[in-house]
Design a protein around this ligand. Structure first.
Ligand code: NAP
Ligand code: GDD
Length: 383
């Protein structure tokens, strides 16, 4: 019999990659999904199996981290060997708009899972992974950040996650639970939510290249992030729960990059050079040149002339609506403990991450543009 895993947040970026990874390893994966007015299963549709199939290896349950009765029932029914608590209101800026809900889901939600395992007498059986975050370091007290670096959260999201971190440590110590925190630095992918900065950038650049959008407005261009690929990071989650003893691990690449440089690298991926000018809210990026060979290869010849006409134009601007009331300026992680104890190494570099995201978004936007164009033609035909 393979192991049984329960993933909260299975419809999110990490949940989707983790589910795929565990199924390939022979696990039966149960996932908790919130009810929504649409399916909202795009990221896991390729794994979905009809409920009438016997011996399914992916089973979804309706649930919510704010509903302890529901969580307790599902954990009792599933009897998981491993629980990955990935569900959260995960957007830092949005947490300033919905602080109470964020505290409930991201903070108390963790407690609900730990308590359910304890009350159901599953402590000897169920290992727990808590999705902790580099946002805990916030106003960083040490560079680079490691497991012993003091925390200084800078948003309602990070404060809620701080509770989640410590309640996991407390239950481990108080009740001898196999409960661990992964302190993951930013990780991205083609499945990243569209409002996180990397995906916002790769989508917008694809649209600009395909002449679907003129300009993109960003927030703080100077903050620095340690970006890895989500595929590498879900491997670390699994490895953490395979350790004999529970513990807390930083997962990071050890390389930090500004938002500004990320934008330049993503443009360069399709052969476009941009240069930044000005400061603060007046900062802009201007389209400088196009490497025709790379652009034709990555985007297509038909879009080249339109873009070349725009050389000298501003294509990136700053809109203060994207600034945060308190910002996390710098994150860079030291994953020595994970490398030595888990044998974890990232396989993707920032360059290959950007390549993966740009390839995927260009394909996606071409499809959108084609459908739009196709729709327009059909309308004309009927008129
Ligand atoms: P994500 O794409 O935003 O996914 C979050 C998941 O949580 C979604 O499936 C979402 O469901 C679900 N969810 C939200 N609120 C819920 C609730 N009240 N009850 C049940 N499910 C709920 O986030 P991610 O990037 O995969 O991140 C996974 C976890 O790691 C999160 O806890 C995040 O805070 C943490 N983390 C992420 C990073 C990163 O860089 N990605 C770094 C460190 C830590 P819907 O699909 O219905 O919205
Ligand atoms: N989202 C967004 N949109 N961020 C922008 C923008 C913009 O237009 N312009 C600049 N930024 C800056 C933000 O101010 C921040 O400094 C940085 O880009 C990264 O923002 P996000 O991609 O939204 O991620 P995050 O670092 O705030 O949070 C993510 O990583 C955490 C781990 O450190 C989320 O995935 C969290 O859930 C996760 O815990």
């Amino acid at each position: 019999m393979g192991k049984v895993a329960l993933i909260t947040g299975i419809t999110g970026q990490d949940g989707a990659y983790l589910a795929e990874y565990l199924i390939k390893k022979g696990y039966t994966v149960h996932g908790i999904k919130r009810r929504s007015s649409m399916f909202n299963t795009d990221r896991i549709d390729h794994l979905y199996q009809d409920p009438h199939i016997e011996d399914r290896n992916l089973i979804l349950h309706y649930g919510d981290l704010t509903d302890s009765l529901n969580l307790t029932r599902i954990i009792g029914e599933v009897q998981p060997d491993e629980i990955y608590n990935l569900a959260a209101m995960s957007h830092v800026k949005v947490s300033f708009d919905t602080p109470e809900y964020t505290a409930n889901a991201d903070g108390l939600g963790v407690l609900r899972i730990l308590e359910a395992v304890r009350l159901l007498n599953l402590v000897p059986k169920s290992r727990i992974y808590q999705a902790s975050t580099s946002e805990l370091y916030g106003l960083v007290q040490e560079v680079p950040q490691k497991e012993t670096t003091p925390f200084y959260p800078r948003s309602p999201y990070a404060v809620a996650k701080l509770y989640g971190y410590w309640i996991t440590v407390n239950y481990r110590e108080a009740y001898n639970m196999h409960a661990s925190n992964g302190i993951l630095f930013n990780h991205e992918s083609p499945l990243r939510g569209e409002t996180f900065v990397t995906r916002k950038v790769t989508r917008a650049i694809s649209r600009i290249a395909l002449n679907m959008q003129k300009k993109v407005y960003m927030g703080n261009l100077s903050s620095k992030r340690d970006w890895g690929h989500a595929k590498d990071y879900v491997r670390a989650m699994h490895a953490i729960l395979q350790q004999e003893k529970p513990s807390d691990y930083v997962i990071a690449t050890g390389i930090t990059t500004t938002i500004r440089d990320f934008i330049q690298m993503a443009f360069a991926e399709i052969g476009v050079e941009v240069s930044f000018h000005g400061e603060g809210v007046d900062e802009v990026a201007v389209l400088r040149s196009v490497d025709e060979k790379i652009f034709k290869n990555k985007i297509g010849e038909v879009y080249l002339e339109d873009l070349k006409k725009r050389i000298g134009e501003e294509i990136v601007g700053v809109d203060p609506q994207y600034f945060r009331p308190t910002e996390v300026e710098l994150l860079i992680g030291d994953a020595t403990k994970a490398r030595t104890q888990l044998g974890w190494e990232p396989q993707y570099s920032l360059e290959t991450l950007i390549e993966d995201m740009m390839l995927s978004d260009v394909k996606l936007m071409k499809k959108e543009s084609y459908l739009r164009e196709g729709g327009y033609k059909i309308l004309n035909y009927f008129e």
